[in-house]
Design a binder for this molecule. Sequence first.
Ligand code: HAM
Length: 424
Amino acid sequence: MPNYIRPRGTLDLYENQAQIYQTIIQTCQKIAQLYGYQMIQTPMFESTTLFSRTTGESSDIVTKEMYQFLDKGGRDFSLRPEGTAGVIRAVIENKLYATRDLPLKYDYVGSFFRYERPQAGRYREFMQFGVEVIGTRSYLDDVETILMISDILKKLHLDQYVVKINSFGNASCRKQYRDVLKDYFLPFQNQLCEDCQKRLQTNPLRILDCKVDKDFFLKQKDIPTALSVLDESSSQIFEETKKILKAQQIPFVVDSQLVRGLDYYTGLIFEIEIHGKDGKVYTIGGGGHYSDLMKELGGPDLECVGFGLGINRLALLLEEKFGLEAYALKKEIYVLTLDDSLKSIAMQWSHQLRQAGFYVTMETQHKSGSSMFKYAAKHQFHYAVIFGEDELKNQQVAIKDLKLQKQEVISLDEMIPYFKEVLK
Ligand code: HAM
């Protein structure tokens, strides 16, 4: 038999670690609900052209990282590298923009796939929580998405974060910025890497995101910024945005070289960073305003904004900060019987205790008394409920506080009120 191992860049998640993921997802979804978002779920794979057109023909994601395949019918599909394209496709296909009040507000969670070089916090299958606001006509929706991320991070007790912001203004400012960058880099063409020489023609903005040419950029102190070409109203909106972020005490910095790895952004863009213990900086999420995607996919002319949070990176940071044990399942009550013939009644009471909201593990196996108590101690249950024949004759049960090593006998009717008193 061959030994199967998981594909490179994927994860098996179980027990406390899986619980961390669950905590993150539940927190994100709860906050999204508080902000009026509804869930949307779209397929894990879509037509390859949906992603190449939206993410950008010249982006790394499309040129190097797509999990692309032909299905048995010869159709060209790709596993989704991100969530925005699929959500916008679904909104157009289901005409959601025409049948509901705008803006639409959707949130989603799931697996995404990029063929990247795996390392800590970078996987080939990773999880994102994302939101999209569709049909916005106010920059306040952009600001609100950042406030929402801040609420999520606070709830997760990850408060040492910084939001990097930049703005392309609007679609026409962005186009102008492309031209300005092209003119700037043209004389340095031969000093750029091979990819960037191509990017100069296809998408000069991508040059700023190049890891190979990083040192060259550090030397160039006069690279034009997106902010320097903003028109008056875009400039004003950016100033207002900063004002609100400041008033809301969001820790942010303006990073005028921020461009993001996806091509659809046209206005405010942002990324959120957190320092790991190892000194490594994790980008735990990013997003921004995009005004042309709906139109480009055959929908109406509606502006949108959204973000994606990397759940794997948040999980790494939480594990590092609080440890796996902090996410362990609650072990409140262990129900055992001194005689196998009492298992059925023990099962009925276990059920009632769970219905009352307690975390209950019933011993279903045939075990000796000492091995059951050893098990209860090892797993650090707080209480043992012990069904014995003598007590049951009097409609009673023994309850042992395993932490204090104190046992008492109470009537069955008193059991639920008793635990409500001591465990709530
Ligand atoms: P993104 O910046 O490509 O944006 O991804 C968002 C987050 O997903 C990243 O900041 C990172 O935390 C996480 N992430 C990305 N790639 C990986 C990976 N290989 N392994 C682990 N985590 C990863 C988007 O995907 C946009 N769709 C966000 C958006 C929504 N913009 C507007 N609406």
